[in-house]
Ligand binder design. Structure first.
Ligand code: GDP
Ligand code: ZN
Length: 457
């Protein structure tokens, strides 16, 4: 990455046609560089303006007026990056935005790398690493719960939790080593009970956080979901009910859904990546067979199976085969066509599947029941968006390792090992937590975090 002293610039709005486009400039020379391209309507230089002020004028490039613009001035340290920042808002076309950026670069700024603004904010102590990562999660959020969770983490929910565990462990470790190093001095003794107590508290907090990871993934990334059932049970109709518009082909002829139809829908606060499959029946039709094979494969690997049954027909071999699969993956059994007379023996399904709901997809009845069942199975009914959740592999690895080390410390104590051994494990745990928040993190890890960002963030 470029060194910290250069002034960087990038287009910070999405690239495309929009009402406005924002070119962000950050660094010591940001205001001076902006003054070189921006002509204030009242003639006043940005350099003579206070922070948090705006000016209206135009961008000048190659002795011509390029566009009207508004300049927002932020002065270090009161800006996103903690440096001097100017944001030039112009019209949001691709050509205009790029020309303004070009003018800014010619005036002395360097193109910003992916995530470089946020990286600078982190290096300047504006954000810890979990908060920086949350910026990206906010940008990519596709649902209210995803956005709210990310916002809480951005506001420090995760940082505070981790710091409180870390401070607790630190104080025990510090006591232990002071006590070991200066036994003759009058340092308050640490009792085994105090250490046990701190370890137990840390173990509880860290385990709870680990649990939030899977829930967070369901909210953020979504769950690979397969809708399966024998031909004509109403899979396509169900899919339409979930996605809210006609996407699958609904027909009366069994086997019409030849291929895997995919769609991403928000069911309650869970993102489902749905595929409506061809039926699982044996077939000689070549095209249909490809669909069936593909469906079987997806079924075995899916995160959630919506197994659909027809209330108006007795269970057949295909249904029984589906029930066998259902016993092996997280499943919601959906009994469809409750508007028709019951022929199906529900006790057979009850003996195989725990979550069963009844709907009439054609009448649009039962979506709520599906939402409830999906949120329960994904665990998001337990999600408290104001609580911090683990949102990526990096954080999960740190918490997992810290948890293992605290457990080791506790075990060492139980086995009557020396306090030195306990301290070593506690210090391992602490260093994992320091790495997680970015207080003690290698450059490589930091670079990796910010390279996942896009340019302009
Ligand atoms: P798929 O082959 O499993 O995808 O089934 P479809 O969704 O294509 O539906 C097959 C037929 O069942 C269509 O004629 C639907 O209108 C009908 N159907 C779907 N859901 C219901 C329902 O809840 N009640 C009734 N009476 N018919 C339904
Ligand atoms: Zn279908």
């Amino acid at each position: 990455m470029n060194d910290q002293n250069t002034t960087i610039a990038a287009i910070s709005t999405a690239q495309g046609e929009g009402g406005i486009g924002v070119i962000r400039i950050s660094g010591e020379r940001a205001i001076e560089i902006a003054d070189a391209v921006f002509k204030n309507i009242n003639g006043k230089k940005l350099a003579d303006m206070k922070g948090y002020t705006a000016a209206y004028g135009s961008i000048q490039y190659e002795n011509e007026k390029l566009d009207e613009a508004v300049a927002l001035v932020f002065r270090a340290p009161h800006s996103y990056t903690g440096e001097n920042v100017v944001e030039l808002s112009c019209h949001g076309g691709i050509y205009i935005s790029r020309q303004v950026l070009r003018a800014v670069l010619e005036a002395g700024a360097k193109p910003a790398e992916a995530g470089e603004f946020t990286k600078r904010a982190f290096l300047n102590g504006k954000l810890d690493l979990t908060e920086a990562e949350a910026v990206m999660d906010i940008i990519s959020a596709k649902s209210r719960s995803a956005a709210r969770s990310a916002l809480s983490v951005k506001d420090g929910a995760l940082r505070r939790k981790i710091n409180s565990v870390k401070d607790d462990l630190l104080s025990i470790a510090a006591h232990l080593s002071a006590w070991a190093d200066y036994p003759e001095e009058d340092i308050a003794e640490v009792t085994d009970e105090m250490i046990f107590d701190s370890c137990d508290k840390a173990i509880a907090a860290l385990s709870h956080l680990l649990d939030t990871y899977d829930i967070g993934q369901a909210v953020k990334q979504g769950i690979d979901t397969v809708i399966a059932g024998r031909p004509n049970v109403g899979k396509s109709t169900l899919m339409n009910l979930l996605s809210g518009y006609e996407k699958s082909i609904v027909t009366d002829i069994p086997g019409t859904t030849r291929d895997v139809v995919e769609d991403t829908v928000l069911v309650g606060n869970v993102l489902l990546r749905l595929s409506d499959t061809a039926g699982l029946r044996d077939t000689d039709d070549k095209v249909e067979k490809i669909g069936v094979d593909r469906a079987k494969k997806r079924l075995e690997q899916c995160g959630l199976l919506l197994a659909v049954f027809d209330n108006s027909r007795e269970l057949d071999d295909d249904d029984m085969q589906l029930l066998e699969t259902a016993a092996q993956v997280p499943t919601i059994a959906i009994i469809n066509k409750t508007d028709l007379e019951n022929q199906l023996d529900i006790t057979v399904i009850e003996s195989k599947v725990k979550n069963i709901i009844t709907i009439s997809a054609a009448r649009g009845e039962g979506r709520e029941a599906i939402v409830e069942a999906v949120e329960k199975i994904a665990g998001t009914d337990r999600l408290n968006p104001s609580e911090g959740i683990l949102s990526n592999e990096r954080q999960r690895a740190n918490v997992r390792n810290a948890l293992a080390s605290v457990r080791e410390a506790k075990a060492a104590l139980e086995m009557g090992m020396t306090y030195d051994a306990v301290t070593v494990s506690l210090e391992d745990a602490i260093s994992e937590l320091l790495e997680m928040t970015g207080e003690k993190t290698g450059d490589e890890v930091i670079d990796r975090v910010f390279h996942n960002f896009c340019v302009g963030k």
